[in-house]
Design a protein around this ligand. Structure first.
Ligand SMILES: [Zn+2]
Length: 140
């Protein structure tokens, strides 16, 4: 984890309104390292998944029902982890893209600025809380 970067904040009270280049750079570094973390985790999960499948193929012959049931559960868990990691990675990548486009920090739905507090908690957020809820309602 990187904590060092956070110390920089607080020296320029006059630049409170507009997000400074320095702040954007900080966000970029955070997002980049998050992306790399997720990327590594994803690769690891893919490898794990492949191993599971190989083991499965390898000893499928001698399986009874209970065995193959727990293996299916294990494989499902691995698959959903994979999907979650991929989602998060895509999100971080997307936020990085918006950062370089200069659209970062504005909601993709209503184009209002996303509250800084939200971005601090979720640097990869590209919508405000309202639009996120609307989207989730639509998706379900
Ligand atoms: Zn919005």
């Amino acid at each position: 984890m990187l904590v060092n970067g956070a110390v920089v904040a607080g020296k320029g009270a006059s630049t409170a309104k507009v997000r400074s280049t320095e702040e954007f750079e900080q966000i970029r570094v955070i997002l980049q390292s998050r992306f790399e973390e997720l990327d590594a985790e994803y690769e690891e999960a893919v490898a794990q998944n492949t191993r599971l499948r190989l083991v499965e193929i390898g000893d499928a012959a001698g399986d009874d029902q209970a065995d193959s049931g727990s293996k299916t559960a294990e494989r499902d868990a691995a698959t959903s982890l994979l999907r979650t990691l991929l989602d998060r990675r895509t999100q971080a990548e997307h936020a990085l893209q918006r950062l370089s486009d200069g659209t970062y920090g504005n909601c993709e739905g209503c184009s209002n600025p996303i509250p800084v507090e939200r971005l601090e908690v979720f640097p990869s957020a590209t919508t405000c809380v309202n639009c996120k809820q609307v989207r989730e309602r639509r998706a379900s």
